[in-house]
Ligand binder design. Structure first.
Ligand code: LCS
Length: 407
């Protein structure tokens, strides 16, 4: 793989937009806070419209946003990128560009709830069919494949169960059938996983997470391996209109500079936190690809450079013990989202995945007691001390009178 040495990748992150300002030599990419661009002549305006080259209007292209797009394409080893206002705009835009009436897609059953729900609840209105299945087993994907399947869309590691899908096997399967493989790489970021190098055609990101990394911006991106696919997506998506604003792009670009440092530090912490949780007497099970107990530990090691910093776990005492922990910890913010510099903790069944039915959650392996922890870059001792104190408050004896019941 191109970036086997994380230090080489760190240098790339830090210098990825070097030379963006040719006029003054500004080290930080300037923010071109403009909605529109003056044409020097009618002829030049017409030429820009005809060729698509140069700047016309910020919804179509903006120099600050272009810098971010070029940076993300380089980090993922793609040729083209279109930044989006949110991760969900990127996901919906992907579906909108590459699927139409009569088409079918196969997706990972356990993925970020809304990425699945927008397809199953809304795209059906436009005649798009889907099956969300356990993509960690290629035989299951094959079984749900149809004549009209145009897209295989996987999330790996999956949100929130950390289940791993074999990217190279899925790429081979999709390509054998003449379809596209798209991978949501939000959980690991390009620091730890490069789906295009493993055969994917498209990579999706919620930039809100590791890439921006400071829990202060939402954003998304669609990166393609092939320039023609990228051009097709840009044409559709800029007309669809969910594109990114220049100030937002500048903030995300600033996050990119420290991406490798943050991801590697958070992962270093997470490995120790997962080990601590796995040994804790009040913890029933831990889902983390860096633990040998993870069912796809070997696959995770093979296709990614590390297990990342997101951990899911279930306490003895299930949901009610989880509620006591979530209300009891002080360091991780009780908040959805992940991949920020600070630790975040949340309860998928009542929060990020509450739009799914209990049956859908159960089929996807999201148990009611599952807690998701996004480990941040704080000092490890502080994270562990806080978790120890929080866990001490959750008795393993299950429900007590008047306490929280399963949602
Ligand atoms: N893909 C993944 C894997 C995600 O985790 C999210 C958001 C999205 C796409 C959508 O991105 P957004 O529009 O929010 O930028 N995940 C969230 C989560 O787990 N908690 O809150 C949001």
């Amino acid at each position: 793989m191109e970036h086997d040495n994380p230090h080489a990748f760190n240098t790339l992150c830090i210098h990825v937009d070097e030379g963006a300002d040719e006029q003054f030599g500004a080290v930080s990419t300037p923010i071109f806070q403009t909605s529109t661009f003056r044409f020097p002549s009618v002829e030049e305006g017409a030429a820009r419209f005809a060729s698509g080259k140069g700047y016309i209007y910020t919804r179509l292209k903006n120099p600050t946003v272009s810098q971010l797009e070029q940076a993300l394409a380089r980090l993922e080893g793609g040729t083209a990128c279109t930044a989006a206002a949110t991760g969900m705009a990127a996901v919906s835009g992907l579906y909108f560009t590459f699927l139409g009436a009569g088409d079918h897609m196969v997706g990972t059953d356990c993925m970020y709830g809304p990425s699945r729900l927008i397809m199953e609840r809304e795209f059906t209105r436009f005649g798009v069919q889907s099956d969300f299945v356990d993509t960690s087993d290629p035989a299951v994907v094959e079984r749900h494949w149809k004549e009209n399947t145009k897209l295989l869309y996987i999330e790996t590691p999956a949100n929130p169960t950390l289940k791993i899908t074999d990217i190279a096997a899925c790429a081979a399967l999709a390509h054998r059938h003449g379809a596209l493989l798209a991978v949501d790489n939000t959980f690991l970021s390009p620091v730890l996983q490069n789906p295009i190098a493993l055969g994917a055609d498209i990579v999706i990101h919620s930039l809100t997470k590791h890439i921006n990394g400071h829990s202060d911006v939402v954003g998304g991106a669609v990166i393609t391996k092939d320039p023609a696919l990228g051009a097709r997506h840009r044409k559709v998506f800029t007309t669809f209109g969910g594109t990114m604003d220049p100030h937002q792009a500048w903030l995300v670009l600033r996050g990119v500079k420290s991406l490798s440092l943050r991801v590697l530090k958070a992962q270093e912490n997470a490995i120790r936190v997962a080990e601590f949780l796995a040994e804790h007497p009040r913890v029933e099970s831990v889902y983390y690809p860096g633990l040998k107990s993870h069912p796809q530990y070997e696959l995770a090691r093979r296709q990614a450079k590390g297990p990342g910093s997101i951990i899911a776990f279930v306490l003895k005492g299930g949901y009610s013990a989880g509620v006591r922990l979530l209300n009891g910890v002080k360091l991780p913010a009780l908040a959805v989202s992940l991949g920020g510099i600070e630790s975040l903790i949340q309860h998928p069944a009542s929060m990020t995945h509450s739009g799914m039915t209990p049956q859908e959650r159960s089929d996807a392996g999201i148990s009611e007691g599952l807690v998701r922890l996004s480990v941040g870059c704080e000092d490890l001792a502080d994270i562990l001390e806080d978790l120890k104190a929080g866990l001490a408050q959750c008795g393993a004896e299950g429900h007590r009178a008047g306490e929280a019941r399963e949602p």
